[in-house]
Design a protein around this ligand. Sequence first.
Ligand SMILES: [Zn+2]
Length: 624
Amino acid sequence: MKRIISFLMVLVLTPNFLLSKNIGTYPDYQKIIESTNLNLQQQAKYYEQFREVLGDSKNMDNYDVTYYKIDININIDTEFIESEITMSALICEDQTAEIEMNFTNNLTVTDIQQNGTSLTFSHADEIITIQLDDTYNIDNMIEISIQYEGFPDTKLSDGMKFESHSGNPNVFTMVSPKGARKWWPCKDTPADKPDSLDIRITYPEEYVCASNGLLIEHVNNGDGTVTDKWHESYPIATYLTSLAITNYQIYSQIYTSGDETMPIDHYLFPELYDTCVNLFSITPDMITFFASVYGEYPFLSEKYGHALCANLSCLAMEHQTCTSFRSGYVGDPGAESTVAHELAHQWAGDCLSIGSWAHVWLKEGFARYSEALWAEYLYGTQGLHDFMNALDTGSNLDPCLYRDPDGSASQIFNIVIYSKGAWTMHMLRSVLGDDDFFATVYNLMQDPQYKYGNFLTDDLGDMAESVSGMELDWFFHEWFYNEGRPFYRFATYTSDIEDSLIITTQSEGTHGYNFAMCLPVCVNGNEHSIFADSGFSYNTLPLASTLDSLLFDTDNWVLDGGYNEMVPILDEIEASRGSILLVWQDFFDPQIEGFNIYRKQAGEEYIKINSETVTGISYFDENV
Ligand SMILES: [Zn+2]
């Protein structure tokens, strides 16, 4: 792990779980998580149908996008779109005469212009290759505009959707992870975020449109259409851009932070208005809570809110400042937890975007663990642990967190990045302790190196190391790359002379990978933490009395496969008058120097019968 000197924000706020409030009926987290996991599996199956080979963004390092404008006219009746995008970019390589952009083959590019002249281009394999009007060098700025039109392919896993609810059309975009290119040409990677974005949307006047950032202009065109201009003033990843149109009824709230206020606008189907108000009214309290954990809401000068979408392919999607929410899910017992999940993404995923899809667990682990933190806020440690225990669904969490960044949606998204991702955050908290864990996540979210930009697994690791002073390569390496989970063999030895307890542990993984881990252990009711290395470890703990009880990980902080106490196992006992033969299995602890053999008869104390320490795996004595 690279050691970097990073600017550490002073921790001014810590989540105050002492203020946790018990409200309402205690949720059945087992059922809630079963239901969301089922949806994740259905989503994965849905994605399975679309093993699209997408021309990726590999040859796009020669420019850095600074701005996009999307100007789109949507004919809802015919499902035909006419659109123009403008892109400003900084050239990053000398002698750049050609650039590539991601764009679906399904829509037709009619013209590409730069400085008022049409450019030569080709369009194949989901890539537009554009010959610029000149050769450009590092730090030159270019601006190009692309006109295109056609019928978006609505049968794809992502892109623009034409759905309906109660007889009303509902147009929306849902493009995670690699589908922005299905409705507008772009450099479709979260690693290159424009500094800002404008979206102008022309649509029938009887409807209402929701999008990213703030609505700064609403014009009636006098021809039965209106044009909205939305401005996103913060950097935004392409997969987080969105629009949603139908006969929305808006439910507005206010988030207050000190002297500042921010609108919260929920775009609701009229027939679900009351159900949605019931669900979303918690939003200001949730923003206050997550602001206490991660720092102020990152898009405070704009807004937050939700837009209902019919038949959204996932339960909800964290579009920047405007989460899309599946209309059929709003009455579900798990919906509030999903509201927390998507809101937490505004920090982890949207403000700090992953630098590569290989690290998708970072945003999903943060968001899923934020649901657990919300459960802890509401119901204390029982809420936290019940939620986390329900997330441990056994062997289907065995695959590693690392994803192939060039993979399809079904390869990138599965239950592992959510549940094991949350468990990795939970275990990091256990290793660091609460103070350092919450300082780590707060400082990470507020560090100017990452805020409004990108982060990777190493960046979380570096921050955890700089906050705690611990070396944590082992932790991040094994939980990011290893498959399976660790299980432990252990043996205990007490020493009356030193009033101590020695615990020998041996770690093995269910899939042949070894895991080191800090293990919580409770000895005679007293809590300790021991470091179990990836092989054998020997830890000494104080023990003034006899050992009455020893329990590992009673609160379940480790995603483990169990703890087995080891004792020497006798294979053979042959006793005759005056002699004895004992044969036992080799004991697992390599530091055992030997054994003592004791004899005990009824009414007597134990009497040691060997004169010298016994080594090997047998003992014969003909003089007992
Ligand atoms: Zn998520």
